[in-house]
Ligand binder design. Sequence first.
Ligand code: S3P
Length: 173
Amino acid sequence: MPGNIVLIGFMGSGKTTVGRLLARELRWSFLDTDTMVEERLGLPVKEIFAREGEDFFREVEKEAIARVVTARRAVIATGGGAVLSGVNVQLLREGNKVVWLQVRPETALKRAGLDDNRPLLQGREPRDIAALLRRREPYYAFADIYIDTDGKEAAAVAREIKEALKAWLESLT
Ligand code: S3P
């Protein structure tokens, strides 16, 4: 069994920050699909969107997901839109635990809105972000566990994940 922990959720939910921490605590490796896409193309996400468009980004993201699920005992942070693809969802679920990091739109905006490498947030009003998050929620709902991240430090979120997955982690050999 691959036995990875896969973090899904909206931009600004803390997938990368929490994932890195969790991986360090578990002494597992940490993989981030956005970083894999950026390394593969040698460009930041915002440049990929600007030059090639979102559809192209999604294709390269699919390749990154297909590669990342060959890992074993890794914490995997996915881009917020990776779960829009049914194929990606199927790959991510197989033999792994999927954790949805939940976030309120105001918090997402506070954490991620100033980052200019997130093209889908650029120039958006708070109500647009809230609408996008609402449209995304059904795609995150397949997760095995849901963790509310609002008002919590990354370390507390990482602890909650470990606690929620305790039995599963102990069952891994
Ligand atoms: C996206 C989220 C981003 C990145 C891209 C698209 C999305 O990842 O993949 O900008 O569609 O939600 P993060 O969730 O890590 O910001």
